[in-house]
Design a protein around this ligand. Structure first.
Ligand code: SF4
Length: 299
């Protein structure tokens, strides 16, 4: 059962996860609201404007009625940043995140989406084998824990792409692959959203990085200036394609492009694309070593 401190912390993490899952589904972050507002101001296409106005009405209705912004409660994905001196083992943190997800689903109640991948039998509580999925980052010389919940809807997750490019084809091939992926996806991932691009590492790491990229606040840039330049170039190129809101034409195909990269093998060039829809939900909690929880709308 662990020490009293461990039990207190485990409960704090479970409560935080339960709150984060519901909160993220109802109240989209301010950076996303601003990006959607700016898109509406910029949009010149008649149908594109209409769709962006409908999205704004959708958000306002959710705000007024304390309702979900979208019916798809997604798969709960968590990003856990754990300080090396945080006094609760990651195994217990993972257990608490899972229990918090289950509790939120049953208590609210939320729609459960999780099924066995072969039999398609539902679990009924948005948990299952290896679900929710937790991404881990371990932080030296720190005693805190950050938990970010990013529910991922299937419409956007189905539009995920991976390609092992030829290294000699360079950045040009990366741009071509991202453009082909997003134009090919059309309206399926509910644009305009955030395009996450993961470059380098291995096949699995590239997709992991693409997923990490969509969890960043809208419009943030990679600290590497070369990568940040690629983010801006891709964003401009994608918004010139005319795919537009919901794929029905317009100036705004994406709100932002976020790129994360890792070093790779000299003869590898993996590139992954992960789309996050306009309802780019996320919510964060900071948990101190003493069990105090601070909710954060902007992280
Ligand atoms: S892709 Fe996003 S906006 Fe579209 S249905 Fe799924 S969660 Fe909702």
């Amino acid at each position: 059962m662990g020490t009293a401190t461990e039990r207190t912390l485990r409960q704090a993490v479970e409560d935080a996860a339960a709150e984060l899952y519901v909160w993220s589904l109802k109240d989209i972050p301010s950076d996303l609201r601003d990006a959607l507002g700016a898109a509406l101001e910029r949009e010149t296409h008649k149908v594109g404007r209409r769709i962006l106005e409908t999205i704004h009405t959708n958000v306002a209705v959710a705000d007024e009625g304390n309702r979900l912004v979208c019916q798809d409660t997604g798969i709960a994905v968590y990003y856990a940043r754990v300080g090396e001196r945080f006094p609760l083992h990651p195994a217990r943190i993972e257990e608490a995140l899972r229990e918090g997800t289950r509790r939120a689903t049953l208590d609210h109640p939320l729609r459960s989406n999780t099924v066995h991948t072969l039999t398609r039998k539902p679990t009924g509580d948005n948990t299952g084998h290896r679900i929710p999925h937790v991404h881990w980052e371990f932080v030296p010389d720190w005693d805190g824990l950050d938990i970010k919940c990013v529910p991922k809807g299937s419409g956007s997750e189905n539009m995920s792409f991976l390609k092992m490019l030829v290294p000699a084809d360079g950045v040009k091939a990366v741009k071509r692959f991202v453009l082909d992926s997003i134009v090919g996806a059309g309206g399926k991932p509910c644009p305009p959203g955030i395009v996450g691009v993961g470059i380098g590492g291995s096949a699995d790491l590239a997709m992991h990085l693409a997923k990490e990229a969509i969890a960043r606040p809208v419009g943030t840039h990679n600290p590497d200036p070369d990568v940040a330049r690629l983010e801006r170039e891709l964003c401009d190129l994608l918004n010139e394609t005319g795919v537009g809101p919901m794929g029905l034409g317009g100036d705004t195909t994406v709100l932002s492009v976020h790129v994360e990269q890792a070093h790779t093998h000299i003869t590898l060039n993996p590139v992954a694309v992960n789309y996050q829809c306009w309802a780019a939900r996320r919510a964060t909690a900071h948990v101190s070593a003493g069990g105090e929880v601070a909710m954060d709308r902007d992280a």
